[in-house]
Design a binder for this molecule. Structure first.
Ligand SMILES: C[S@@+](CC[C@H](N)C(=O)[O-])C[C@H]1O[C@@H](n2cnc3c(N)ncnc32)[C@H](O)[C@@H]1O
Length: 250
């Protein structure tokens, strides 16, 4: 690790990033490519109870609440993001809790109930134990419920590790131990998490007793290339995201 990287570590990266992340969302891969694909994978959520774990700003949770979900709970560990939730206070069927994958079953808002649709967008890589966490998410589903998981495409970190560390792409892909890298939103803030392979996600979903119904790898669209060419170029280089839709048999 070089000196610059060692000196710029922060304890709570998402607290530091929360506001810059929120401000950058209007013209972003998330808004223009990822969120439409995530939403499509959720299917109909009319009249359903929805749980969004790692909800960040809470904007996506609010969308579900305002577009037909019966009730929505958003959970995130970041105090920084929780400041955004104040702006959603007027939405009567939406609530939030500070929490994380590890304590979901102990939270009053989630531990005592089940949900028809559980989503987690771009957060599952932070789980301390992937297999255990997907099993926890499964236990929060009603029979017949759906789990939609969106994660950074594992190829992204293989490419990034190759560029930063010089490791071969294959070796970089196979190494799943926690990796620390500069965040795309503020390069002096570092993010750190495991880098599961595609098979790790698939096997965690299978081990939880869920059936994978669909997998998506959305690509940059022409509209995105026109509106945000630099961000589209970033996506062309680092692939984007991987989305799973999995079903719990009734
Ligand atoms: C890239 S943001 C995604 C936010 C939101 N889901 C979205 O799609 O805009 C990653 C989120 O994961 C959350 N996170 C980090 N560690 C977590 C954990 N252990 N459990 C749950 N969420 C976590 C962060 O606080 C952050 O809000």
């Amino acid at each position: 690790m070089n000196e610059k990287r060692q000196n710029l570590q922060v304890a709570q990266p998402w607290d530091t990033l929360a506001q810059v992340y929120a401000a950058s969302r209007n013209v972003s891969a998330d808004q223009l490519v990822e969120w439409p694909a995530q939403l499509k994978m959720c299917g109909s959520f009319q009249g359903k109870s929805v749980l969004d774990v790692g909800c960040g700003t809470g904007d996506k949770a609010r969308y579900f609440a305002e577009h037909g979900a019966a009730s929505v709970v958003g959970v995130d560990p970041s105090q920084g993001f929780s400041l955004n939730w104040i702006g959603h206070a007027a939405c009567p069927n939406l609530s939030f809790a500070i929490g994380n994958f590890e304590n979901l079953l102990e939270l009053p808002e989630t531990g005592q109930r089940q949900f028809d649709l559980v989503v987690s967008f771009q957060a599952l890589m932070y789980a301390a134990n992937l297999v255990k966490t997907v099993a926890t998410l499964r236990s929060l589903l009603t029979p017949g419920g759906e789990l939609v998981i969106s994660v950074p495409h594992p190829f992204r970190f293989a490419i990034l590790k190759n560029e930063i560390e010089g490791w071969g792409h294959g070796c970089a892909y196979q190494r799943t131990d926690p990796y620390r890298y500069p965040s795309p939103w503020k390069e002096d803030v570092f993010l750190e998490h495991g880098t599961p392979r595609i098979s790790d996600y698939v096997n965690a979903i299978a081990a939880a007793g869920l059936r994978i119904e669909a997998v998506e790898e959305p690509a940059a669209t022409e509209e995105f290339r026109e509106i945000a060419p630099e961000k589209a170029a970033w996506m062309d280089r680092y692939v984007g995201i991987l989305i799973f839709r999995a079903h719990l048999a009734a």
